[in-house]
Ligand binder design. Sequence first.
Ligand code: SAH
Length: 218
Amino acid sequence: MKEEPIKYERWRKEMVDRQIIDRGITDTEVINAMLTVPRHLFVSEALTDSAYMDYPLPIGEGQTISQPYIIAEMTQSLELKKHHRVLEIGTGSGYQAAVLAHIVSRVYTIERNNTLFMRTRKLFDSLKYHNIITRYSDGTIGWKEESPFDAIMVTAGGEKIPQPLIDQLEVGGKLVMPVGGLMSQEMLLLEKTRNGTSINNLGGCRFVKLIGMHGWKD
Ligand code: SAH
């Protein structure tokens, strides 16, 4: 990893203190990951000084990197363990996948936009995130060959949770995804049980569109 100016480390610590810990996130693995991942390297150079602010940022191609708190909340909700294998849908900037990669053994991440896919794959290489496996595909159909997953995170919003993702989740596993209309969604946490699924609503949110066979049409 490149040398980084001390200010980024300071801003990262402030972000974690004020936006993450003060708002009730307690999972130490999530906190440590967000203290470590250089968020400013996941946005364009023009935005590096805004990277640790309390809001989402554009990452090109009409897409956004989520607000830090949302990343922390979604990650904590999955109750991850070191040995877990996690599937993420919507690689985007790669920031969320990098946070996951500090917590679990292996992260599988799928992106449907080729420009973002190519750019972020290069970034993972240069930052040496060797436990992130990338794929250029429609994530709404999941990644059957690598399933079942211990946890699944969808970082784009759809009308319903794609059935293939539920099928590819381990019994006892959790899936988190924004579900609703185009303008706003509810963050749903699904747990797969022996006899079906149970769902918890974590609250309102706003994400970009999940586009694909089991999502919105392009
Ligand atoms: N997790 C990302 C968030 C990016 S925004 C980050 O940390 O930056 C959501 C991303 O989902 C966009 O890059 C968009 O292209 C992608 N996306 C939308 N529908 C998808 C699909 N069906 N499969 C894979 N990626 C999808």
